[in-house]
Design a protein around this ligand. Structure first.
Ligand code: NDP
Length: 296
């Protein structure tokens, strides 16, 4: 058996198209142009690439992008003052502070200073609590993207056995909450889990969010299972730097029923969901109907 390849790039293009359509409608019918503010502190090259790409995608979707680049020695008070201004600015519907922040800044404090309704990354403690209690939240982009792909592939997820490997606040925990919200039976595994292979083999849905290249081999995958590989790892192979996931794709693709590749799986969905969250935030801010299929 060879798995169906879940094409995250194509699916993300579809989601971005839906977002753009919704943005056009908001402009035409209500004179609203949603806006996303991205704040970057310091000159981390990888973060600069992400921020540029987020800004470009925001504009392509017809929304306004506001980039705020601050020097690496920005004080906490200066950063909090900027967030305060963005919170109060009605043209800004979404605020994203690019992580990681320089070490002298307290990320929790900074993230929790964002107005929860504008917290398009879904990391504010209010949004974490809302998601955990099954209420309307801003949902972290990467797990939201995984959920959208799973719903698209399976329709209902109710009653499925789901195993999430990884318990980070950014991916593993919100992913597990979302799967629980869709009535899966959820197990969260981590570095202290005993016999991880046996735990993974129970899964109808296996989500790997570990950050260890190709750690999950094909013989940990239940035949026919859907495998969502969140991992993005750069390794040297054949004299080149290549991107691989947390799943050993070549062996898993022979056992799984469906699988996301790396690259071209979960990755493209993350920015698409950031755009989706921004348009959702704009609709909520104006008391308008939310776009269907773009929220959890
Ligand atoms: P973290 O490092 O924050 O968390 C990793 C998790 O994996 C931890 O919970 C850790 O367990 C667990 N873990 C580590 N080693 C093992 C092991 N040997 N067995 C079982 N569990 C283990 O990573 P993130 O959640 O932020 O990211 C995970 C991966 O997803 C990374 O590759 C990252 O690059 C990628 N990523 C991709 C995104 C995308 O857009 N596609 C977005 C965000 C992340 P413990 O808690 O016990 O230490």
């Amino acid at each position: 058996m060879t798995a169906t390849i879940i094409d995250g790039k194509a699916f993300a293009a579809k989601v971005r198209g839906e977002v753009a359509k919704h943005v056009a409608r908001l402009k035409e019918e209500h004179g609203i142009t949603p806006g996303l503010a991205v704040v970057l502190v310091g000159e981390d090259p990888a973060s600069e690439v992400y921020v540029r790409s987020k800004g470009k995608s925001t504009v392509e979707a017809g929304m306004n992008s506001y980039e705020h680049k601050l020097p690496a020695d920005t004080s906490e008070a200066e950063l909090l003052a900027l967030i305060g201004r963005l919170n109060a600015d009605p043209a800004v519907n979404g605020i994203l502070v690019q992580l990681p922040l320089p070490k002298h800044l307290n990320s929790d404090l900074v993230i929790n200073a964002i107005e929860p309704a504008k917290d398009v990354d879904g990391f504010h403690i209010s949004n974490v609590g809302l998601l955990g209690t099954g209420q309307k939240a801003m949902v972290p982009c990467t797990p939201l993207g995984c959920l959208m792909m799973l719903r698209d592939h399976h329709g209902s997820l109710a009653g499925m056995e789901a195993v999430v490997v990884g318990r980070s606040n950014i991916v593993g925990k919100p992913m597990a909450q979302l799967l629980l919200g869709d009535s899966c039976t959820v197990t969260i595994a981590h570095s202290r889990t005993k016999d991880l292979g046996a735990v993974c083999r129970r899964a109808d849905i296996l989500v790997a969010a570990v950050g260890r290249p190709e750690m999950v081999p094909g013989d940990w995958v239940k035949p026919g299972a859907t495998v969502i590989d969140v991992g993005i790892n750069r390794i040297e192979r054949g004299g080149k730097t290549v991107l691989v996931g947390d799943v050993d794709y070549d062996s898993a693709v022979k056992v799984a029923g469906a699988i996301t590749p790396v690259p071209g799986g979960v990755g493209p969905m993350t920015i698409a969901c950031l755009l989706a969250n921004t348009v959702t935030a704009a609709c909520r801010a104006h008391g308008l109907a939310e776009p269907e299929g773009l929220t959890a």
